[in-house]
Design a protein around this ligand. Structure first.
Ligand code: GLY
Length: 260
């Protein structure tokens, strides 16, 4: 179910995942995804290129290999072997915006999409929005799973990996709940926020647990949004920054999860 819900979101060009993913500083898409169940089964990919459904490649890592995380060229090669053909995720809208951001970087200007990158203008000569998508689910037997898929953040350095494919950071499921995050990957990685939110669900219902995790993020200056589900099937969504589109990307995943 998680996988199917994320296919819909990965195919929609409005979201920063697969088709519509934001572009790196050199204008490419590097895709990250992770799938995790409460039984400790995990598959993840990072820096995957030219693939329509990164979440399914993550699933293939989980189901068909002895590994947890494949990256870069190895991940792309594995995707082809696993039956995922070449696919161009770069949309004309993203390419046009990338050109605009490149011009601004060249002029030393920053803006909302590149505000996390304080040292990037030094790199723009060398190298050529958020809205990660996520889904959390619990089945009738109380088994949890979480999945997240993203293109990362505009103008990231090639090779940069965010929180999404790292279990415990952007994606986590255990016997207390499941959580998926969008937001500033470096900050979410440092705080291991998905795991932190699931830990809070040991004693709190989903919504207050996510709100507490969001406050924790805000206290550390981390801009993020979380969706989750707890043991009693209660879904929630929270964000640490007002502009975060948890009700866009996150809650879209949430609605799919609720539709089960
Ligand atoms: N949260 C997505 C990323 O930072 O890559």
């Amino acid at each position: 179910m998680i996988e199917r819900a994320l296919h819909v979101l990965e195919d929609h060009p409005i979201f920063d995942a697969a088709t519509g993913a934001v572009l790196t500083l050199d204008g490419d898409c590097e895709l990250d995804a992770c799938l995790m169940t409460d039984a400790g089964r995990i598959g993840a990919v990072a820096g995957l290129r030219r693939t329509r459904h990164p979440i399914s490649v993550a699933r293939a890592v989980m189901d068909q290999t002895d590994h947890v995380l494949l990256v870069g060229a190895g991940a792309t090669r594995f995707a082809r072997h696993a039956g995922h053909p070449d696919w161009n995720p770069r949309t004309p809208e993203r390419i046009a915006w990338w050109k605009h951001l490149r011009r601004n970087l060249a002029l030393g200007r920053t803006g909302p999409d590149v505000r996390f990158w304080k040292r990037m203008s030094a790199w723009h000569r060398t190298y050529g929005l958020y809205e990660t998508v996520g889904c959390c689910a619990v089945d009738a037997r109380g088994r949890f799973a979480a999945g997240t898929s993203t293109g990362g953040i505009w103008m990231k350095l090639p090779g940069r990996v965010g929180d999404t494919p790292v279990p415990g950071a952007g994606t986590f499921a255990d016997r207390w709940g499941a959580v998926s995050l969008t937001g500033h990957g470096e900050g979410v990685l440092r705080l291991q926020l998905a795991r932190h939110a699931c830990d809070l669900m040991r004693r709190l219902p989903c919504q207050p647990a996510l709100e507490s995790a969001a406050r924790h993020a805000a206290a550390h200056g981390v801009e993020c949004g979380l969706i989750g589900v707890d043991r009693r099937g209660r879904f929630g969504a929270a964000r640490s920054a007002g502009w975060m589109q948890v009700s866009g990307s996150g809650a879209t995943g949430l609605r799919y999860a609720q539709g089960v």
